[in-house]
Design a protein. Sequence first.
Length: 423
Amino acid sequence: MRHAQIYFLILALPGLFGCETTPKVDNPVLGPPPPRLESALKQQKLEETAVARHKQERNELIEGDFSESDNPFETPIVTASTTSEEISVSPAGEDVEELRDSTVVAIVNGLPLFVSDILGVYEFQLLQAEQRMEPEDYKKLRQALVKRDLKGHVERLLLLHEMKSTLKKEQLDQLNQHLETAFDDQRVPELQKQMGVNSPQELEEKLNSQGRSLIFEKDLFMKQQAAVQFMAVKAKAKDQFSREEVLARYRSRIKDYEVPAKVQWQRIRITYSKHGGKDKAIAVLDEVIHKLQSGADFGEIAKQYSDGTRSDKNGSWGWTRRGSLAEAEIEEALFSLPVGEVSQVFETESSFQIVKVNGRKEAGHVPFADVQGKLEQTMITESRMKATKDILDKLYAKAIIESKFEIEREDDVKPANATSDSK
């Protein structure tokens, strides 16, 4: 029970804090944000909107019985590469080290990363959790959050270290001034709107009530956005692809765009059991055939005589894919009869059936023109992600990192001098 509470609380905390928003402004130091950054910002805005939409559900989760709550939210992690990590809580019986705010959890190229740097965004929620949880479970919660978010914070420090090593002092000063202006002109009004207040003073009071402050928000904003903008400029990603390149991608994955044959049809089904046996059902079938041969409407006959589940809808079925019907013989007729024709009588173990084909779409592929825009955007996103990964790989490769916990990377790129205190 306690471990379920820890797990659900971990999922809920970052959602309650909300995603940081990057202002879309010109950068006089690094240059204007490239299209890939603007696309990233739009996506971030969409994610923030989704978080806001579920604010009430998250509050109920935090305040309610965690063991009985369903959490449909994926937790956003504060990271330069915007990734998500699996959350794991130490198993029962395992000793967990107490992580104080002043504990150094990692040293990245000589820069210390404190527990407070990682857990500061969760301070208000952690205060609530501490009142509700046993001390040992609370320690596990703090450790689980630190371990989950550690990689993202390490990556941000790597980017900031590289930025300070690359840019001149005048450039760094201009960048800081630029971000301070962006914070005051855009981020503060945005926070005011989010929290339903009308002035910076009211915002400060609201933030204080949650264990936060404008100073904290500004520091977080400055570090995060400096890393994001530096990454956007340094990443060698393609912002557009030619029609030929997108078409080549389409053709290489043509199977992804296959469209199976479909048929639209009607059915009259006369069930033996409903009419007192097969022999009596034959009499009803004869009457149906006679009316159809006389030119009666198939749908009206289905409504009057059919025992099928859609008799009230004139026996009509929507677009049905090949391979989805249990009766192979009937399906074969549906995909071979000319549109508008009525089939022969099919005799099954439980009924007589007659079908009519009203429309058919042959198997094929989604036209290239219908997917070109979306496919190109996918290629741009993949290019941006690869460029980001390439930069981080290089930074990890030459970094000197000491950490209390293992920092796992998908490609197993290890820092030049990486150590971990994890046992």
